[in-house]
Design a binder for this molecule. Structure first.
Ligand code: PLP
Length: 387
């Protein structure tokens, strides 16, 4: 009998859904024209890209002229931060948090080397940024605040509405990395004080290597590349047409499904959390309520998260380690350190991220498999509980 497969790593990436694949395929086969070409094939594809931009904008409560397609979340984050720093021209001050994704965090580190000052705000033990601390950190040189909408590791949702209002009050740009939120939770940019928002299609059942940045109308930044005049000169380079079509279709579908999907995933998430917390010496990381619908991050004390992962993998369960950073170094994740976890607890962390297609049966399968794995690993662990 084939082993059951349970995919609970939707925070890393998601499968492309069938409707999206169907929408994309013609743009590899028949509609291969370059949208900048003046002939009929080109014009047809230009029309499709324009339509995709409109669909994308509508799904976010934005205008089509506020959407720029990029290669993904990483590029969108780089563009917001570096593009506004470049436009400013002189060294300034940036406010961000200590739990941002590397695509913001490392860019800020680079900008520091280029002469900018950066404040990395601490978070509380649930991973929350305090808006009052954002306001208190503002200096006359602050030109941009970048705080993620939801954390990719522990799932904590940030008060971006309040932070945006503070930024607006002080006439400072506000960027939010919403890669983990778009397509998962309702978002209406017409009601938020946000100047830039990053999103990535592969997190909502779209293709990889395509994303977008929302840039509020009237906000000016410099492009990072020079080339053709594509994306109104902000992001030159021949458009990834199949990707753009796929992004817009995936976004449209996932945004329409948010109410039911959110309810379903929150139910599964809470069922999984409750089951995991029944195991001795397991702690939940992130906020108990203000968290992504599909995010579960727990630490299994006295064992290594990687060992749990490998054992789960043998049972057909895909999750991810909460501690190892992408380089595979032994340093615990900066996010888990920022919420106050000690090294040992941090190394015992696992993230399960639920998504479209997960069922109650999947949760039960995980909950059935975990206790013997944890038991076995604890018996051979050198980190055994004292006493
Ligand atoms: C919060 C966050 N920001 C940015 C990214 C990077 O997005 P992409 O993979 O599209 O470059 C990710 C992906 O893991 C993410 O979770």
């Amino acid at each position: 009998m084939k082993q059951k497969q349970v995919y609970m790593d939707h925070g890393a990436t998601t499968p492309v859904r069938e409707e999206v694949l169907e929408a994309i395929l013609p743009f590899f086969r028949e509609q291969y024209g370059n949208p900048s070409s003046l002939h009929a094939q080109g014009r047809e594809v230009r029309h499709a890209v324009d339509q995709a931009r409109e669909v994308t904008a509508k799904a976010l409560g934005a205008g089509p002229d506020e959407i720029f397609f990029t290669s993904g979340g990483t590029e969108s984050n780089n563009l917001a931060l570096r593009g506004s720093a470049k436009k400013r021209g002189s060294a300034g001050h940036i406010i961000t948090s200590s739990i941002e994704h590397h695509a913001v965090y490392d860019v800020c580190r680079d900008l520091e080397k280029e002469g900018h000052k950066v404040t990395y705000l601490p978070v509380d033990r649930y991973g929350l940024v305090n808006p009052n601390e954002v306001e208190a950190a503002i200096t006359p040189d602050t030109f941009i605040i970048s705080i993620m909408a939801a954390n990719n590791e522990v799932g904590t949702l940030q008060p971006v509405d309040q932070i945006g209002a503070i930024a607006k009050k002080h006439n400072i740009l506000f960027h939010t990395d919403a890669v983990q939120v778009v397509g998962q939770l309702p978002l209406d940019l017409s009601k938020l004080d946000v100047d830039f928002l990053s999103l990535s299609a592969h997190k909502f059942n779209g293709p990889k290597g395509i994303g977008a940045i929302y840039k509020r109308k009237g906000v000016r930044i410099d492009p990072l590349y020079r080339g053709g005049g594509q994306e109104r000169k902000l992001r030159p380079g021949t458009e990834n047409v199949p990707g753009i079509i796929g992004l817009s279709r995936a976004l449209e579908l996932s945004v329409n499904e948010i109410p039911e999907k959110k309810k379903l995933l929150e139910g599964l998430r809470d069922q999984l959390i409750q089951g995991l917390l029944k195991i001795e010496d397991v702690v939940l990381n992130g906020h108990p309520e203000l968290r992504l619908p599909g995010n579960v991050n727990v630490s299994f004390k006295y064992i290594e998260g990687e060992s749990v992962l490998l054992s789960l993998d043998l049972q057909g369960i895909a999750a991810s380690s909460g501690s190892a950073c992408s380089s595979g170094s032994l340093e615990p994740s900066h996010v888990l350190s920022a919420i106050g976890l000690d090294h040992q607890t941090s190394h015992g962390s696992i993230r399960f991220s639920l998504g479209r297609g997960n069922t109650e049966e999947d949760v039960e399968y995980v909950l059935k498999n975990i206790p013997p794995i944890v038991d076995k690993l604890r018996r051979i662990s050198p980190l055994r509980k004292p006493g």
